[in-house]
Design a protein around this ligand. Sequence first.
Ligand SMILES: NC(=O)c1ccc[n+]([C@@H]2O[C@H](COP(=O)([O-])OP(=O)(O)OC[C@H]3O[C@@H](n4cnc5c(N)ncnc54)[C@H](OP(=O)(O)O)[C@@H]3O)[C@@H](O)[C@H]2O)c1
Length: 382
Amino acid sequence: MLLGATGSIGRSARRVIAAHPDRLELVGIAAQRNWQELAAIAREFRVGHVAIEDPAVADAADAAHAFPAGTAVHRGAAGLHALATLREADIVLVAVVGTAGLEPSLAALAAGKDLALASKEILVLAGSFVLAAARASGARLLPVDSEHAAVAQCLEHQPSRSVRRIVLTASGGAFRDWPLDQLARVTPADALRHPNWSMGPKITVDSATLANKGLELIEAQCLFGLRPEQCQAVLHPQSIAHCLVEFLDGTMLAQLSPPSMTFPIQRALLHPDTAPGTDDALDLGKLLSLEFRPIDESRFPLFALARHVMEAGRSAPAVYNAANEVAVAAFLGHGLPFLAISQVVDQVLQAFPHRLPASLEDVLAIDAAARRLAEAAVARHA
Ligand SMILES: NC(=O)c1ccc[n+]([C@@H]2O[C@H](COP(=O)([O-])OP(=O)(O)OC[C@H]3O[C@@H](n4cnc5c(N)ncnc54)[C@H](OP(=O)(O)O)[C@@H]3O)[C@@H](O)[C@H]2O)c1
């Protein structure tokens, strides 16, 4: 089952599935609006179930007889839920941008489906509830983010008490080497030019601000049960080493692969089994240099904020995530200056009356309240 089938992760996942027809079968696909692409995928993979989150778009697709005869077309939030819990699905890959995949993720876990999770925002918003749902049903939570898939691989067969820290790597995004005084004038087109990875627009902007690495530190803390000071990151411009894990005795393991999401997706979908990769492995016959350097937090204020948020806990991660999502959308669509993204997030974090979320409903209320504050902060920047 593939939620977010038309996006960048969705594309890589389809390549993995097509490369392993003896092992993997796609039984359903979902997206928000892109029914033309969903229809093409439905034909190529002969899937029986499609969900379109926007009901009006689902109606238009139905009217246009977009899908092969016999395809069940589900609509709206209920449609995503239906796919996440479909009897035929063993594993649900959630690759919906932002937090719209939270309810289907929880539903999949409650139904005992293994969850391959690409949408890091979900763990930042409601990580403890997702972990609890997995514990309750015994379903597996498999990280798809390349850094977390890499950490999970390095930690296999290692007792957790032997881990001193994990270090995630960051490419530094589109503006890693730009002079600071030029950042005030960058456009969305500039921010969307990532040096190494081809990804959806939101995560590409998050890579340029390093909010992406901040979200990933919080995701790692949640997934691996680590203290904040055990979750760190370094710049690694080549995006070949995806993590370093340091053990108590001072030794380190690193996980290396070319910068293609097919590697972590395939590991999640086939785990604990394995198979030849969808893409070629690293070619050590070519010059390969690996460079690591510390992150200059004065250059990446959203990364510094994420570290504070991780220490603060309570509602801070959910508020950081919501404010960032609103600010990035405003940068991409409504002319919010690039440097104002971190200012909006900072203002919302400071204004928010933080509390320990009492329930999942409370988490959603915190998310909604933070979004309202962020919209107001964006309006003040207009
Ligand atoms: N791209 C990467 O390399 C990468 C790496 C690690 C983690 N991730 C994470 O994976 C997630 C997806 O990233 P992406 O780069 O693949 O994003 P993307 O290219 O923008 O694709 C987003 C997908 O989500 C669907 N979608 C959006 N809103 C939806 C909603 N309300 N209900 C149902 N479907 C919805 C979109 O459908 P439409 O096409 O109809 O809009 C599309 O299929 C993000 O959380 C990101 O942080 C991505």
